[in-house]
Design a protein around this ligand. Structure first.
Ligand SMILES: N[C@@H](CCC(=O)N[C@@H](CS)C(=O)NCC(=O)O)C(=O)O
Length: 201
């Protein structure tokens, strides 16, 4: 069975959500990047969350984990195939959710919680916030009120992109997200699979 080192609100949410959508069984193990256990430090010296183990496979990138699970446990409509309309959008948003959005959030969260008081509102924090908001506005404009980012159906690309709304809470910028993104995410968060995944402690 898949073992997912998880912390509530961390990117492990993407992996749990995907497993819940697909009905793939998994177990979770506690993972804290603030107070890592010896077990967690041993499986991931980077101490980032999530980590996934499948037999002798260990992975530390959440979007790669989603691709792995869909390939191993599919076929699934959560994946858009190369011969389908929307394939390029799917691939791009699957990556963009991490590389174009969430990755900008890490230094912002770090600055918010760990920087000395006089450096919390520094230039770089402002730049990161602007970078995220600019990209979120781009997604909102592309969506144009539609409920999904690719192929006119719910896919793993939505799971990837929607994580930014959870990360934004930690970064203290959730309220400032464009209205189009708030609406998009609120709709996705109604899914029973999301509700189950988000409740996992
Ligand atoms: N690109 C990685 C990023 C993992 C990551 O940075 N996770 C956050 C928690 S959501 C973390 O562990 N932050 C602590 C750190 O960067 O040291 C992924 O998508 O899995």
């Amino acid at each position: 069975m898949l073992k997912i080192y998880h912390s509530q609100g961390a990117r492990s949410l993407r992996v749990l959500w995907l497993c819940e959508e697909m009905g793939v069984p998994y177990e979770t193990a506690e993972a804290s990047f603030m107070k890592p256990s010896d077990e967690f430090k041993a499986v991931n010296p980077l101490r980032t969350v999530p980590v996934m183990q499948d037999g002798d496979v260990t992975m530390i990138e959440s979007v790669a984990m989603m691709i792995y699970i869909m390939a191993k446990h599919g076929p699934t409509d959560l994946e858009v195939k190369p011969n389908e309309a929307g394939y390029a959008d799917y691939l791009q948003y699957l990556m963009f959710g991490e590389a174009g959005l969430a990755a900008y959030g890490n230094p912002l969260v770090g600055t918010r919680f760990m920087a000395p008081a006089d450096q919390k509102e520094n230039w770089t924090a402002g730049y990161l916030k602007g970078a995220i908001m600019k990209r979120l506005q781009w997604v909102a404009d592309k969506l144009g009120g539609r409920p999904y980012v690719a192929a006119d159906r719910f896919t793993a690309a939505d799971i990837s992109v929607a994580y930014i709304a959870t990360g934004a809470k930690f970064a203290g910028i959730a309220d400032e997200m464009p209205e189009g993104i708030k609406t998009y995410v609120q709709n996705l968060w109604q899914r029973p699979a999301y509700i189950r995944a988000a409740a996992v402690k």
